[in-house]
Design a protein. Structure first.
Length: 627
């Protein structure tokens, strides 16, 4: 064991002094492992007891990993509301950074695998399983060259930095030092963007490039911020000066001068340079007739990993494609019941056209749309105690805001941002009000239930507030769980008493979209479908305007596998509920079921099944659907 400790020190001596903080945690943890391994077993404590030395050691490992990872990724720390390194913007695209990240995952995986989990309690063992699994998945992910396509129209550093720099995002701006921190971070944007360009040039050399239509969307987004230096006050990065707190008014002149210099000397030229690179160098090399990841080098294995990563299952692309086709057919039948309710006598295609095009389903203004969503959310809030324990709801509040105009064209219909831990920023449901005819009134119910309550806000805000969990679990994301819960939440409108016929239709359409995603995501990446193939399938099977269809199609191109998580996760959660209801009969309490699903935070679907089955057994069922 002493030899192992020396080996750890030798390996970490390869790190530069700027990351020396890594060495102390891992060496300390290895020493702890040595103590636990060599100590006599405490026979007075039963196997599986909470608070054992093994559990305490693992807690230190989890915390040390979390802090080391934040040290390595300070932008991620800011987005989480963690740490004080809000002025750092290192080149996370560099080979050195990837080496450090890989070493971090390898060392902490090795650390937990040296520990025998036999004495852990059931709760502690779940945490152990999650941490070990996360490290293994992270290492598998590094086998694929994701760094060569470091951004897309949905997730990219230029837009992320613009949101941070707006003064309304996760970057803190309440104190004078906060303004100074952001000014220092802005100064590093040119170097940061240079790393993006370097990797994308390598991608060109290795034939790992984005589809041209995705690149064009990126160009449009970056150009939005690539304004002339003399127009610096019209930049979103100037907005923190417009939002300057009264307590900092005495510093306005000094801050204005430093921000002007940073924008003119660093930020705006960097955005122009990146936009020029994308338009004049990268776009000509982008793919024009191949849209899926499956056509890239080693693309088949890459997509297979993406499917497993996002669904947390071992389902194949073929199996998921078949599930999608089946669900599309089922939901078409469900929509037929709504047609009967509203006395519509035409065909399904005619009903799609009617609900898509009739002016009664269109908002007149963005403000009307926003007000309607807020009113619906208020109605939901009055009824959530029907399905959830009031004392187990998150403490944090939420707001509904419009998506910023600079990113609304490519943004999804809605998205959610978690609240800050200090209460300074609520949860935010971002509502896309671009192209109002493509945002029908009947969509509001499902979208609100998904993004706000009882969907993402309840699940994610509650998870952040679970202080008994280690940080990696409080901040962890499992796409199939998170998005599966959101889609499952859409189905609760009738039980909450907030759905009328067209709201229910909107829920079926929202679910239909997720079923269509199973078909077209696998179609693009596993079967070689073209962009037009995807659009044709959408137009044939759902009431969709061109803007929405194009945005969705291009989303699938940019995010292989991500769109599969929604429906796979929802079907899994609904299946667990059906099984629990069958097993418990009259003893089934939907509020308790919802708590059991949410109480552990985000879980891979297999581990969620284990937890729900154990709960059903404890309540008197057999876990197989029989009382």
């Amino acid at each position: 064991m002493v030899q192992n400790l020396q080996l750890q020190k030798l390996r970490f001596s390869r790190l530069t002094t700027t990351q020396s903080t890594w060495f102390i945690p891992i060496a300390f943890i290895v020493a702890l492992i040595f103590v636990v391994a060599c100590s006599p077993r405490d026979t007075s404590a039963p196997s599986g007891s909470a608070g054992s030395p093994t559990a305490a050691t693992l807690t230190k490992i989890y915390d040390a990993y979390f802090q080391a990872n934040l040290e390595l990724n300070p932008l991620q720390a800011t987005l989480m509301g963690q740490g004080q390194q809000h002025d750092r913007l290192p080149d996370v695209y560099s080979e050195e950074h990837r080496y450090r990240q890989r070493m971090l995952e390898e060392e902490y995986l090795a650390a937990v695998e040296r520990i025998d989990p036999a004495q852990l309690s059931e709760s502690d063992y779940l945490t152990y399983q999650l941490f070990r699994r996360d490290r293994r998945v992270a290492l598998e992910q590094m086998q694929f060259p994701e760094h060569l396509i470091p951004m897309n129209q949905f997730y990219n550093a230029p837009s992320q930095l613009a949101v941070l720099g707006s003064g309304t995002g996760a970057q803190p701006f309440g104190q004078l030092e906060h303004y100074a921190q952001w000014e220092r971070r802005m100064r590093q944007i040119p170097q940061f963007f240079a790393g993006i360009e370097r990797n994308m040039r390598q991608g060109i050399e290795q034939d790992v490039v984005l589809p041209a239509v995705v690149v064009q969307r990126l160009i449009d987004q970056v150009r939005t911020h690539a304004i002339a230096t003399e127009d610096y006050q019209s930049s979103i990065f100037w907005q923190p000066l417009l939002l300057l707190p009264e307590t900092l008014e005495a510093s306005r002149t000094e801050l204005s001068a430093s921000y002007q210099a940073a924008l003119q000397e660093a930020v705006l030229p960097a955005y122009r340079a990146l936009a020029d690179f994308l338009e004049f160098e990268y776009l000509p090399a982008a793919r024009t007739d191949e849209f899926g990841i499956g056509t890239l080098p080693n693309g088949k294995a890459w997509y297979e990993f993406a499917v497993r990563f996002h669904t947390t299952t071992n389902l194949t692309a073929d199996e998921i494609h078949a599930i999608g086709l089946s669900e599309v057919a089922r939901l078409h039948d469900a929509i037929g019941t709504v047609m009967d309710e509203v006395d519509f006598t035409g065909t399904l295609a005619e009903f799609f056209a009617f609900t898509r095009d009739d002016p009664q389903f269109h908002y007149a203004t963005r403000e009307e749309m926003l007000a309607d969503y807020r009113a619906f959310a208020a109605a939901v809030e009055e009824r959530t105690e029907r399905l959830f324990f009031a004392e187990r709801l998150p403490r944090a509040g939420y707001e509904i805001r419009k998506v910023e105009e600079f990113r609304e064209r490519s943004a999804s219909s809605g998205s959610y941002s978690v609240p800050s831990e200090d209460g300074s920023r609520p949860g935010i449901f971002y509502l896309n009000t671009y192209d109002l005819p493509a945002r029908p009134t009947w969509a509001k119910g499902a979208l609100t239930l998904h993004e706000a309550i009882p969907g993402h806000h309840y699940q994610l805000a509650l998870q952040r507030e679970m202080e008994h969990l280690p940080p990696f679990r409080r901040y962890g994301v499992e796409t199939a769980f998170n998005e599966g819960w959101g889609l499952y939440a859409e189905s609760l409108g009738d039980e909450l008493g907030v759905y009328e016929s067209y709201d229910r239709y909107g829920q079926y359409i929202a679910e239909l979209w997720r079923a269509i995603r199973l078909v077209v995501d696998t179609g693009i990446h596993a079967y070689g479908w073209s962009r037009q193939d995807v659009l044709d399938y959408m137009y044939a099977n759902a009431p969709v305007q061109e803007a929405r269809a194009v945005s969705e199609a291009e989303r699938f191109m940019a995010l292989p596998g991500q769109a599969l998580a929604y429906k796979i996760g929802q079907l899994h959660i609904q299946g667990l509920r059906d099984k629990a209801e069958a097993a418990l009969g009259d003893d089934f309490d939907v509020r308790e079921f919802h708590w059991q699903v949410l109480r552990h935070g985000a879980l891979p679907l297999e581990l969620l099944s284990q937890q729900i089955d154990a709960w059903v057994l404890s309540e008197g069922g057999d876990g197989n659907g029989d009382k």
